[in-house]
Design a binder for this molecule. Sequence first.
Ligand code: PXL
Length: 282
Amino acid sequence: MKDPKVLTVQDLSCYGQCSLTVALPIISACGIETAVIPTAVLSTHTAFKAGWTFRDLTDDIAPISDHWLKEGLKFDCVYTGYLGSPRQVDLILMTIERHLADKGVVVVDPAMADGGKLYAGFAPDFPSHMARLCGSADIILPNITEACLMTDTEYRAEFDEAYVLDLLRKLAKLGCRNVVLTGVSFDPSKLGVAVYDCAADSARYYFNDKLARMSHGTGDVYASSFVGALMRGMSIYDSAALAADYTVESIKLTMDDDSHWYGVKFEKALPMLAHRISSASN
Ligand code: PXL
């Protein structure tokens, strides 16, 4: 594929290193042109103390797409993240129908929950809407909490391989083709991902040493670098592994700064990402 183009659909949190402020620089650093449809504008992400602003942009999606339809715009990948409302699911499905190129790839990061809990602002039925969007995806990138919420599975902080395989099989029933499940750990010293091909019912794992610090925004760093690597022609497994290494590097580069609780310093690790991508795609 020559010079693929990505459309990413997620919120613009003006401060806080997540969503679009992470996706655009990371996918650009991978050498890939990226267009956006913002789902909402917030003053900060929702892990900040109460007081953040939230402008829902649901009603802007159809007019943007109507204009693009006249321009004949098509994308090789539609990558969705945090949504502003349940109604956006149908609007995104329409956008995919209209603007995904032949052989294009749909990547859905169901960014809505972590640590066993939905993010502030989402109603309890939101996971069922997100599950419908996941059903239309080629690749979904949930964490364990999101996977549990979309499959009515009890959330566990500690688990074994049987629990993960059960989750992966339930996620496959949503209709997606591949799952990259993040936050997988079978050994207290390791943390990684499960890469699952739904049709083949086959799971492969990739682990890094577990770091002492958990950080906000790492799901977006992970998904964005995954998309960048995939669009540069790397396999799903290799993209999942590189995204894990890049996310770990970003966390390491943040660990000496306790005041930086709201995100990770992913910018400092961009040279490593660009280097690894160009060596892999040569
Ligand atoms: O990083 C995920 C994310 C994205 N967008 C908004 C969020 C969060 C996580 O809290 O609040 C607005």
